[in-house]
Design a protein around this ligand. Sequence first.
Ligand code: SF4
Length: 426
Amino acid sequence: MKEKFSIWTIGCQMNIADSERISSALGSVGFEESDDLNNSDVSIVNSCVVRQSSEDKVKSKLDKLSKHKKNIQQDKIIVLMGCMVGPITDELKEQFPEVDLFLQPQNYEPLVDLLYVQKGIDKDGCLSNLDIKPRISSFVPVSHGCDKFCSFCIIPYRRGRETSREIPVIVDEVKRLADHGVKEITLLGQNVDSYGYDLSEDITLGDLFESLHDINEIKRIRFQTSHPIDMDIRIIESIANLPKVCESINLPFQSGSNKILETMRRGYSREEYIELINVIREKIPNVAMSADVIVGFCGENESDFEDTMDLMQTIKFDKLHTAIYSERKGTISQRKMKDDVPMLDKQRRYKYLNDEQEIIQADLNSKYVGKIDNIMIEGNKRGKVFGRNNQDKIIYVDNPHLIEGTLVDVEIDYAGPWAMKGNLVH
Ligand code: SF4
């Protein structure tokens, strides 16, 4: 009988990408994936530290797994990976002695070594397959860590300084993904726009786009997450000039108030942010803009919130990822500022922002009705095939025979705030 492994993942796309790679590697050397974390032979918990609640959930999983190992399945292998592994690992080792391995993000080799010793896997076969995941649209981490130290964020303390992977290494990996049927890649970095700065002054994300653009089988290149400070003209021009690079940019602004931007330590003003969007829209007229925003940050009064509302209404984002501020232990804001906005105010502002955003989204999407757009088929949801266009909009099509990875033209006949529907154009 095949040995079973299970991966529980929480957090961002970087973690999903890491889990996909490990899943693919273990599958390729004969392990069977299971969704029963407790009863698997190898149980992997892929952790996130962005919110305290995520860390609490991870600890609760480890607690359950440790009890299961002690009482029922002594030869089980428990692995903790992801952002919780780092400076506080010693503390975690003491708290969870049943955990066999602590893996930092993108550092899979100790797991391969352990399975080689304990389960006798073919180590070389496993290593060579670590990046293979035959999905049409795959994530590719290109850098990790962050040097920005925004006052509300724990990432720089846990993921460390920004480190970029070399271009030839990424190109090689993407070619192997393409050999396995991948047609679209999303390049991931905590701050993807600063890609390459640590390698050489001359290397930018634009150079990486160009190198990947030459891979025939790859039809679309996406990237996230951007930072207004590092999104420079060279990157903007390469998005404009390279047809495979999608015209969809996620550029978090976090607050529309200069006072709050300063205490958040974001390093730009609302005026600079708006100017940057103007440049982007001038160079890439069809661009879809999305952003992240936090409401209820320390010291945010009604006038600061109005500035945020004003900014989002001025820009009119295609999508907005909104979050209510909550304290995260170890961050600058938790140590030096007061979480002084009452929860009821935070919730009211959050709702108001989201309600207004929904109206903007519905209005922007309605302009697609009657137009023909090109989408890449990605899967099937509730009996309907769907894909995304260049601008990252989800479009459903009434045609069950379309194959994943195909690029098709559809005429859009319905648009709501979250998705659209269209018919195949023959
Ligand atoms: S840019 Fe700011 S919010 Fe983003 S990962 Fe870095 S510190 Fe965190």
